[in-house]
Design a protein around this ligand. Sequence first.
Ligand SMILES: Nc1ncnc2c1ncn2[C@@H]1O[C@H](COP(=O)(O)OP(=O)(O)O)[C@@H](O)[C@H]1O
Ligand SMILES: O=P(O)(O)OC[C@H]1O[C@](O)(COP(=O)(O)O)[C@@H](O)[C@@H]1O
Ligand SMILES: [Mg+2]
Length: 543
Amino acid sequence: MDRISSSNSLSTPRFRCFDPTNSYPDHTTNHKHYIRTFSNSSFNNNSHSNSTPEMGLLINSDPKIETGEAGYVLEDIPHLSDYLNHLPTHPNPLQDNPSYSAVKQYFVDVDDTVAHKVVVQKNGPRGTHFRRAGPRQKVYFQSDEVHACIVTCGGLCPGLNTVIREIVCGLHHMYGVNTVLGIEGGYKGFYSRNTIPLTPKIVNDIHKRGGTILGTSRGGHDKSKIVDSIQDRGINQVYIIGGDGTQKGVSVIFEEIRRRGLKVAVAGIPKTIDNDIPVIDKSFGFDTAVEEAQRAINAAHVEAESFENCIGLVKLMGRHSGFIAMHATLASRDVDCCLIPESPFYLEGPGGLFEYIKRRLKENGHMVIVVAEGAGQENLSENTRSINQQDASGNKLLKDVGLWLTQKIKDHFSTQQNININLKYIDPTYMIRAVPSNASDNVSCTLLAQSAVHGAMAGYTGFTVGPVNGRHAYIPFHRINEKQNKVVITDRMWARLLCSTNQPSFLNAADSFEDDHEENETEIHAENGESEPNGYNGQSLIS
Ligand SMILES: Nc1ncnc2c1ncn2[C@@H]1O[C@H](COP(=O)(O)OP(=O)(O)O)[C@@H](O)[C@H]1O
Ligand SMILES: O=P(O)(O)OC[C@H]1O[C@](O)(COP(=O)(O)O)[C@@H](O)[C@@H]1O
Ligand SMILES: [Mg+2]
């Protein structure tokens, strides 16, 4: 097995994945290949161990990348045994669980990996793969040894409570774990808030409620204090549920835990209503958000139909990624125009928004516009745009594109066209975020939680779990944190949307898009190479 830095080699030898949770004769030699460990004496969960490489622990934090035949690449995740010697293993208790023991295939095979891309060319390389999630034959924790904790960070998203519930129940029912702590109020809760014990009884009904029973927050990520708190409490499995910001925070926490040489498994569970996390097919809560957005769009349509020259305008979530707006538009069929951050638009002149509005009102007497919150920010004038203002987590604060559009449309039609426009603006953001997850998201949450639990019990650490082409995989942080997932407007999904609304593409007359946004275009093409042809990360909703 070779370890490489990046490239796909077609000439590498035949390969067998090394999985420390299954017994193979080449176990030790293989693993020592990329992580050298001199000692595990620094493992001490009761003092703030500050082991450094100089003190005896040599830690390689490079990505674990292995190659195989025909351009096969495995982007692997860290394992506790990478930096801790002589960790005892135990048979997986699921082997005695009647639900799992009957069929061997319920356990993950050592060679199972999940392909990042499913659309491939006949002679192309096999490409990037991730380790498949699921139960292993061996575990690295005994049931009564596990002290787990769960924290939720960032904005709300439907399904948070379901994930909490299923981690607690998964640990208890599958692995006999009884000690799970809830950290209240996001990252800062590790050092400034109380904890609550979580048992299957306490979490029994929480999936029916919106929000998170643990509370959440932005900001307050203090790596040292968080890891101190983890050590002080004797926690050895950390489940962190949150979005793109949170996953960056998990990565930092994991690095510190590894630096201190702690036997603590760290698992990130991606939560993003905006669907802006790369690699994974989609995040839990997304389907619920799209479904809930239909209510706002329906209301806008009813209003628009009822008044003369009426426009229903709905602002949906999506700071940098227009997935909710795009899918809500495609689902609704009542939307005449969808504006997203990835597709710059303009108001005046041929091919612009005003021209289109005028035509639709003439043809139909009313129209519905859906705008993602991050759309058109480049159009908002300097005095309406909040330059450099950030929330506690460092996210740029956006101005309300809905209010801006409302004003611009009204001004334009009353002064320049002498047409009195009725405009009904709906911002359902917090109503959408606060609902409980729907049935399909509940299933996603359950699978995510269980995959995270299987991974941590098997000693894996420093990973984010998520569906990749419909199969759950353990994804290394560098892949999750390297970029944001965005709608690729050169992919066919955007063409489908343009076709369904019949709106202008805003591409033809916008010379500025080609000239002034050269960097943007490069980015779009680069991303296009990374994404599936359907414009979605993985599984297509509409093929
Ligand atoms: N680059 C980063 N490094 C460490 N922590 C971060 C980073 N970015 C965000 N965080 C922390 O992650 C948490 C959630 O981030 P935020 O952006 O608010 O929400 P989300 O995770 O939903 O994107 C916050 O507590 C924030 O301090
Ligand atoms: O008002 P808040 O709580 O900062 O949340 C608003 C933001 O939350 C989101 O819904 C989700 O953002 P996160 O992924 O950072 O949680 C964004 O679409 C929106 O801008
Ligand atoms: Mg975010």
